[in-house]
Design a protein around this ligand. Sequence first.
Ligand code: GLA
Length: 441
Amino acid sequence: MTNSKNLAETKAQPDQASAGTAVFSPALAPQEGVAAATELFREAFGGEPDGVWYAPGRVNIIGEHTDYNGGLALPIALPHRAHLALRRRKDRTIRLVSPQTRDSVDVLDLDAIGPKGSPGEVRHWNAYVAGVAWALERDGLGPLSGFDAALYSCVPLGGGLSSSAALECATAVALDEVCGLGLAGSAQEPDDAGRARLVASCVRAENEMAGAPTGGMDQSASMRCAAGHALLLDCRTGEAEQVPFDLAVDGLALLVIDTKAKHSLVDGQYASRRASCEKAAALLGVELLADLGVPDLEKALSRLAASGAEDAPVLVQRTRHVVTEIQRTRDLVDLLRDGRPLAGDKLRTAGALLDASHESLRVDYEVSCPELDVAVEAARAAGAHGARMTGGGFGGSAIALVDADAVDAVARAVVAAYAAQGFTAPAFLDALPSAPAGRLA
Ligand code: GLA
C-alpha cells in the first residue's frame, strides 16, 4: 500500500502513460479492499475492526441535472468502491484515518461537530463520514455512538464519479449495522425503503456538513443500484426501478473517460444552476421543473422569455435542458426495456439520445468544459455510438457507448486528442453495472 490518493491509479499509471497508450483505473478486488482498509485500521488504531463495509461510485447514463428538479435519472453503480474498516466505540469520539492522512489520525467529537459555516464545521473528507453520523442523529435515528474508521477508496477523487457519495454510503451502511439501525439489509437482499432513509441522511450530510447543494442521485445510486442493472430513479417520488443493463450480451461496453479536469460541487456553479431552476419554476407557477412536460415546453419558454426577469434568456436555456433531458431519459428507458438486442436502429437511437444529452448540457445548461467536449468528440469520431459528459460537469468524467472490441481503440483516440490539445492525459474505467453498498468482512 502506498501513501498515494488512489491505489488503482498508482498501479496503472507509469509506463503506459509515457508510452501514450490508454491507462485504465482498475477497481480493487473485494479482498484487496478489505485487506487495505484493515491494514490501515490496525496501523492507526490497533486491534481489529468490527467489519469492512463498502459503497460504490457511480456513472449516470442519462438524466443529468434533473434530480433536484424532481426528474428522472438513470445511474449504474461502478465496481470502484470506497472501503471503510470501522469499529464502534463506547464514547462519542470519532477517529478517522485514510492513506493521505495515515500519519495523523483526525479526532472529532460527535457532540461538537456541526454544519459548514458553524463553529463545529468539519473539514475535507471527514465531513462525509462524521457528517453522516451527525445527519442520522438529526434525522431521528440516534443516539449513535462514536467510532474509529479507516478509509481506503479506489473511486477516483474529483473524477465526477461520486467519490464523496461512496464515502457517505459506506459510512451509513457501517453505522446501520454496528449501531443496530437495521435499515439497509444486505447488498444481496437490500431493504430498499430502509436504504432510501439512509440516502436521505447521506444527502443531508453532503448538503449541510460539506456545503454541496446536490440532489441525491449519487447517494441513491450507491445505495440502491443492483448488479447488471441501471437504476431508474424518480427523484420526485423517490421511487426506484431496476432496468436490466447488460451491455456485454449485445457486444457493447460503456467506457468512462476521467478527464482529470477537477470538478467541484462547492464552487458556486452547481448552486447557481440549481437556483436558476428554482427561479424558473417559481415564475412558471410549478413546484419543480419536472412538473412540465415536452408538450408544455414552448409555451413555458415563451412565458419565461416574457417574464421581465433580467436573466430570462438563461432561465429559458436551463428550463429547456431539464424538460428535454427528462424526456430523453424516459425515451432511453423505453428502448432498453423493449427486450430487443441493442443493435441497428435501436442502438443508433440510444446513441443519439446520449449525444443530444451532451449538446443540451453544453449549450443550454453550460456545464461542459473543453476537456469533456474533446473527449466526447474524439470518442464519437473513433466509432462510439454515442457519448456525453456524466455527473455535475465542469470537469469530471464522460461516458461513451462503444463496441466491446473497440474499447481500446476509442480510448487511444481520446488519449491522442488530449495530447494534441496539450491536456493532461485522461484515465479510463470499465463501467460494469455493479452491486450497491454492503459489507465485505
Ligand atoms: C452531481 C450531484 C447530483 C446531480 C448531478 C447532475 O453529481 O451530486 O446530485 O445533480 O451532479 O446530474
